[in-house]
Write a new protein. Structure first.
Length: 247
């Protein structure tokens, strides 16, 4: 009797013996060890220590390995760069980073064969989430204080020609189909959004999760959907503090 056959008999419970064995295995899988109350404080300490140790080790790896390597790949990288994983860069994208830029996880940056000088510019205090991808063939500009959540895709082109015969022939994109993307300061791009070619996201705008943006979003608006549409205008404007004379 092979192992696979034995597993199948246990799952089916073909006989009283196999039904009993299945019940025993299920009981073991669902059981817990008793935990005396006096063990809770030391176990809690060990749990917290594990997290601190991992964070310390991860920070040391970034400080001495990831950040120096990525800085060498960038044209410019400002002060206090913080990356949780070494970004994966494919192609000849020129990368410019401001101060206090944060990558909270793995970030992909790719460029194709269409232009000699594709540029990714991320300015001061902006953050990019885990598994976000930048497809850069001309320029993607991310201004100051922008939040880009996890799993976003930002591209300044469609990647391939629209015509089926041109795709089959592996033809290059028409330059007119490659248009820069700009995400203005203090914008917030939600989880899993796609920002497509030629789009400008206005200052302070919010794009809801899983949205596909194919046209400009005005400043201080909330937009969502596929394709994304503005659902609220004037949201998130900075509150103006009164001066001493006004109060």
């Amino acid at each position: 009797m092979g192992l696979a056959s034995l597993q199948l008999r246990i799952k089916r419970g073909n006989s009283p013996f196999f039904r009993s064995l299945r019940g025993l295995i299920k009981a073991c899988m669902q059981s817990n060890l008793p935990q005396p109350s006096f063990l809770k404080p030391p176990l809690r300490f060990i749990y917290e220590l594990k997290g601190v140790a991992w964070q310390t080790l991860n920070r040391a790896i970034s400080l001495f390995y990831r950040e120096p390597l990525f800085r060498a790949r960038c044209e410019k990288a400002g002060k206090r760069l913080n990356i949780a994983c070494l970004p994966e860069v494919y192609g000849h994208t020129r990368i410019f980073l401001g101060d206090d830029v944060t990558f909270t996880g793995l970030v992909g940056i790719a460029s194709g064969r269409f232009f000699d000088d594709p540029r990714l510019i991320i300015k001061d205090r902006s953050g990019v989430g885990h598994r976000t991808v930048f497809s850069v063939n001309r320029e993607i500009l991310v201004e100051e204080d922008v939040i880009i959540a996890n799993e976003c895709f930002i591209s300044d082109s469609d990647g391939h020609p629209r015509q089926a015969d041109l795709r089959a022939a592996n033809a290059p994109l028409d330059p007119r189909d490659i248009r820069p993307v700009r995400i203005c300061r203090s914008a917030w791009i939600g989880l899993g959004c796609c920002i497509m070619k030629g789009v400008t996201i206005g200052e302070g705008a919010i794009v809801g999760a899983r949205s596909v943006v194919i046209s400009d979003i005005p400043p201080y608006c909330i937009a969502m959907g596929n394709p994304a549409e503005v659902i609220l205008r004037g949201a998130g404007r900075p509150t103006r503090k009164k001066s001493a004379q006004e109060s």
